[in-house]
Design a protein around this ligand. Structure first.
Ligand code: GRG
Length: 298
């Protein structure tokens, strides 16, 4: 019953966050309207809105109450969506279904999908910069823009994806797989929660703990993603399953087996929750959210 309530809260929060994110989308007009339409289509396609939700919940954990978090919430979802657009391209995972809809390249063409990913990626920075005029702490906003760029870039998500793509079809030792997961999936979750902490007024020691919590969550989340790719269905996930097998990818499940993968999801998520317990403040929903995400079915 307790769980049911939190699941309902999660759905309600997804809807609230969706409205915030969509309010920052640029209008689809002008000579470049095709690329704007592809960006708009991909963001509005749906999704759990997990990264902006984690950002806002972490902000609240630290007592944040302002509006300057909102441009960052929109920005991180734009970055995440840009990564999904590029991840689905024929040169990467070559997927035709995402969030229950045709992928951006299927709908708008390969060329427009590349540009839509690029467009969203850089529009995210333009969006985050809007927080500068909504705060009396522009120093914190500037720091958050730095975190966002670093965790997205070559020392974050893009770096992880590079190694992932390079090693497709080749044997991957466990420490390289950990590197890939920590960067390609974990880095954006780290950015989300760290930005919430910085804008909420957390200190340096707390920020380190938040980074560790998000890193554990990212790892558990990606292992669960691997499990679902093997065990779920396209109807439930809104994307094709067995994509890793099709792309000859080594995953946590192929390396460790499904039972160990499930146990590790549980163990690593407990680690994330114990980091949360070491932080000041209380946010019961954030703890429930971590549990929901690692036990999710889609
Ligand atoms: C944008 C320049 C540029 C590069 C992108 C392709 C790429 C580099 C990175 C791919 C990173 C990636 C797709 C990692 C997987 C992360 C993951 C588990 C995504 C699924 O996230 P959910 O479940 O999806 O939150 P929804 O649809 O709910 O938002």
């Amino acid at each position: 019953m307790r769980n049911m309530n939190y699941k309902d809260m999660f759905s309600a929060r997804t809807e609230e966050v969706r409205l915030v994110v969509e309010s920052y989308l640029p209008p689809v007009e002008g000579h470049q309207s095709t690329v704007l339409a592809a960006m708009d289509y991909s963001v509005r396609a749906g999704g759990k809105r997990l990264r902006p939700m984690l950002m806002e919940e972490t902000y609240r954990l630290f007592g944040g109450q302002g509006k300057e978090i909102e441009p960052f919430m929109a920005a991180i979802e734009m970055i995440h969506t840009s990564s999904l657009i590029h991840d689905d391209l024929p040169c990467m995972d070559n997927d035709t279904l995402r969030r229950g809809l045709p992928t951006a390249w299927v709908k708008f063409g390969y060329d427009m999908a590349v540009l839509a990913g690029d467009g969203l990626l850089i529009y995210s920075m333009e969006t985050a910069a809007k927080a500068l005029s909504m705060t009396d702490r522009p120093d914190l906003v500037a720091r958050c823009m730095g975190i966002l760029a670093e965790k997205t870039g070559i020392f974050g998500m893009i770096g992880g994806q590079t190694v992932d793509v390079e090693l497709a079809g080749k044997p991957v030792p466990r420490e390289k797989l950990d590197f890939i997961y920590r960067l390609k999936t974990g880095a954006l979750l780290e950015a989300a929660m760290m930005i919430g902490a910085v804008l909420g007024g957390g200190d340096e020691k707390q920020l380190k703990l938040v980074e560790k919590m998000a890193s554990c969550l990212g790892l558990a989340f990606q292992i669960q993603d691997d499990i679902l790719d093997m065990t779920s269905s396209a109807e439930v996930l809104g994307k094709h399953v067995h994509s890793d097998e099709k792309n000859h990818k080594t995953t946590y499940v192929t390396l460790e087996g499904i039972e160990k993968a499930k146990q590790d999801v549980e163990r690593i998520s407990v680690e994330a929750i114990s980091c949360l317990h070491e932080l000041p403040g209380q946010n019961e929903f954030l703890e429930a959210l971590i549990r929901i995400l690692v036990n999710r079915e889609k």
